[in-house]
Design a protein around this ligand. Structure first.
Ligand SMILES: [Zn+2]
Length: 209
């Protein structure tokens, strides 16, 4: 009898485990587009807030939102993350998405300064604190000619060398990828419209691999 109970409990646990792992955040909030788990969803009668909401949402009658958007709208406030505020970052174009961090620095027109704290836990995560300040590079002399040289990009490569081992980490810069990214930036980003492509200086650096 005890064994039968145990077997029954195992099946129930297995079924509840399967049920638990098959719950997904697969319904987006109609206002901020964040994906929501079932317990995060709340229903809102959009036609009661026709002054706040865009026509396409009002026409739906009842909409599914997250609790934050729902609370804001019930208080007659437009949520800051509402999609019609156009605050959503666009997708990174394929020309830029695969750049390494060294390649990004070569194409950068600004230098960001921020405080990074190394958290003392077993995952050794990094944490940003405070404001990020962006300094423009020397516009007259440097930034109108990209890509930058390692000195201009402010790159300091720290390489560990061990007595008995002659291996060190290499930083790869793909010139074709750099060229594609720079061409895309010049034609699509107005902040790069005055940039002149100047690959000669970067190609002549012997210690860039
Ligand atoms: Zn929302």
């Amino acid at each position: 009898m005890q064994q039968a109970n145990q077997a029954c409990r195992d099946i129930t646990n297995e079924q509840s485990f399967e049920a638990a792992i098959n719950i997904f955040a697969d319904v987006p909030c109609a206002v901020c587009k964040r994906s929501l788990y079932p317990q995060q969803r709340s229903n809102l009668r959009a036609n009661m807030y026709s002054i706040l909401l865009p026509e396409e949402l009002v026409a739906l009658g009842t909409i599914t939102t997250c609790s934050r958007c729902s609370n804001n709208i019930r208080k007659r406030k437009i949520p800051t993350t509402a999609y019609w505020n156009k605050m959503m970052p666009a997708e990174v174009p394929p020309e830029l998405v695969n750049l390494t961090s060294v390649e990004e620095r070569f194409l950068s027109r600004i230098v960001p300064f921020l405080k990074i704290v190394k958290l003392n836990n077993r995952f050794s995560q990094n944490w940003c604190k405070g404001q990020v300040i962006l300094f423009a590079k020397d516009v007259v002399e440097i930034a109108e000619q990209l890509p930058l040289t390692p000195n201009q990009a402010g790159l300091v490569l720290v390489v560990e060398s061990l007595e008995n081992l002659s291996c060190s980490k290499e930083f790869v810069v793909d010139m074709q990828r750099l060229n594609r990214a720079l061409t895309w930036l010049i034609s699509n980003n107005h902040l790069y419209s005055d940039v002149q492509v100047h690959f000669e200086t970067t190609l002549n650096i012997p210690h860039i691999l």
